[in-house]
Design a protein around this ligand. Structure first.
Ligand code: HEM
Length: 497
């Protein structure tokens, strides 16, 4: 059977010459207009299947999740950079996979997230104080918010002031883009593994030097917080976090086995690294969109004032009473999904779909951005229109949570599109939605979110200079907005109190 169609290949190197280096999700979406919703990208002996429609993604990654939930193995990431034990890289057939997922799901499901409420509320106040004074620095302020929540939940770590000097914040910021830099460009060692025996000093062995530099960063992101958390628990065993709960979980009060300690290190690391940049991307997009859609903003604020009044911050219990804000957040995630091409899946056995062969071991990329911009499912996909999720015939929620049993998918949720697919669906989705809701609702409650002004005092369209970061997690770059407190007294009382 043939492979799915795709751009024409060259002898031996296949599509190497066409491999996009920036904003791949846009390029793949463009190709799909010519080659259809399932395509092949072949580089030497490595096959990648690109999916750009919801139907194909759900047919394969959800309906056939038992064979499509692995990760492609790469020499650079798994072997040379030593990241094979990470949750994000682990094969679905590895015996650690169900153990990791079980720990993460138990630690990040709805009930668990409810217990983290005080953490979220403290981080929220810190965030509101920071964004009020440094709106132009939104990227760093947002990373501190989402990274701070993740660090506190994972390890019980409190970010220190000034945040620019906080070692863990720097680790998060420095770690951004490390994994994509190992898997997105094509390294010849992937096709010719014997190259890994080249000595490290050999002039053509640049890949060795890249892998070694990235290994340092990736190791630091897991080992350093792990050692910090262990030390902290020696002096303060009552501290509560994902880490401490597992550290003291032995019924007989004994210490963890090597395997248990390793599992804990990698799962806590997954919360830290998974949570650091994703939520911040969604909130940045919210700021971009809401600052340029005054009517949507006014309607959302009216809803918040009606439900909460002006005397307190919005909290998680208010969420159910705010359908319009819920629609805005769905539309934000649809308009710019934070992980636009998802994480690569891999298929563990030969499969056949619509007369095409999907060979065992192929990487499978479901282009989430293309799916949420499919005009058949979301008419006028480039318009920001929260009302598409309201009324009698709402369009499909791109981040819908379905409750399923723990045993079936090793997650208590299956989420459509924005949070990924099948057995790899994002275990942090509930926490993410909660953190984004709190930030968005309170920004609206406390500030008029306006377009920035130029030197002549005219409003600047934030879309004019807009760009997007290339990487696993994207974020809108180079836009400006203004936060005008609705009442300076209320603001001070709420966020300092
Ligand atoms: C708006 C915020 C977020 C978005 C859009 C998002 C999206 C995603 C996506 C698309 C995947 C890949 C799923 C797949 O392979 O099909 C993923 C995986 C993952 N996410 Fe998230 N995520 C978000 C927030 C978070 C948070 C807050 C955490 C942790 C606290 C987290 C932890 C993880 C982990 C550990 C994985 C790997 C799961 C696995 O490999 O089995 N994410 N996320």
């Amino acid at each position: 059977l043939p492979l799915p169609p795709g751009p024409p290949k060259r002898f031996l190197t296949g599509n190497l010459h066409q491999l996009p280096t920036v904003k791949q999700w846009l390029v793949y979406a463009e190709w799909s207009k010519q080659y259809g919703p399932i395509m092949t990208l072949q580089i030497l002996n490595r096959v990648t299947i690109l999916i750009t429609s919801a139907k194909v993604a759900l047919d394969l990654l959800d309906a056939r999740a038992s064979i499509y939930s692995s990760r492609p193995w790469t020499w650079m990431l798994h072997d040379l950079a030593g990241n094979g034990s990470s949750m994000f890289s682990l094969s679905s057939q590895d015996p650690r996979f169900p153990r990791y997922r079980k720990m993460l799901v138990a630690g990040m499901n709805k009930r668990a997230v409810g217990r983290y409420r005080p953490v979220l509320e403290a981080a929220l106040k810190e965030f509101l104080r920071n964004i009020a004074t440094r709106p132009d620095n939104y990227e760093s302020v947002l990373t501190t918010y989402s990274g701070g929540v993740a660090l506190k939940i994972a390890y019980g770590y409190d970010i220190t002031e000034p945040v620019e000097d906080d070692f863990f914040v720097q680790l998060i910021e420095g770690g951004e883009g490390t994994v994509p830099s190992l898997v997105q460009p094509f390294f010849f060692v992937e096709a010719f593994p014997f190259l890994r025996f080249l000595p490290k000093w050999f002039p053509l062995a640049t890949f060795h030097r890249i892998a070694a530099a990235k290994k340092k960063i990736l190791d630091a992101m897991v080992y350093v917080p792990n050692e910090w958390a262990k030390k902290k628990l020696e002096t303060n065993p009552s501290d509560s976090s994902f880490f401490s709960e597992h550290y003291f979980a032995k019924e007989d009060g004994g210490s963890l086995s090597k395997t248990e300690a390793d599992d804990l290190m990698w799962t806590a690391g997954a919360i830290y690294t998974g949570g650091a940049h994703t939520t911040s991307s969604a909130i940045a997009t919210f700021l971009l969109l809401i600052s340029s859609h005054a009517q949507v903003q006014a309607r959302a604020r009216e809803e918040i004032d009606r439900v909460v009044g002006r005397g307190r911050l919005v909290n998680s219990d208010d969420r159910a009473a705010m359908p319009y804000l819920a629609a805005i957040l769905k539309e934000t995630l649809r308009w710019a999904p934070p992980v636009p091409q998802g994480l690569r899946h891999a298929v563990i056995q030969d499969d056949i779909y619509n007369g095409y062969l999907i060979p065992k071991g192929s990487a499978v990329i479901a282009n989430i951005w293309a799916i949420t911009h499919d005009a058949e499912m979301y008419p006028k996909p480039f318009e920001f229109d929260p009302s598409r999720f309201l009324g009698d015939t709402p369009q499909r929620d791109p981040a819908e949570l379905f409750l399923l049993s723990q045993t079936f998918l090793l997650a208590d949720i299956v989420v459509s599109f924005v949070f990924g697919f099948g057995r790899r669906v994002c275990p942090g989705a509930t926490l993410a939605e909660e953190s984004v809701f709190l930030a968005a609702a309170n920004l609206l409650a406390l500030f008029d979110i306006k377009k920035a002004l130029d030197t002549a005092g005219r409003e600047v369209d934030p879309m004019e200079s807009l760009d997007w970061r290339t990487g696993l997690v994207t974020i809108p770059l180079n836009f400006k907005f203004r936060l005008v407190p609705r009442s300076a007294d209320t603001l001070a009382a709420m966020i300092d109190g």
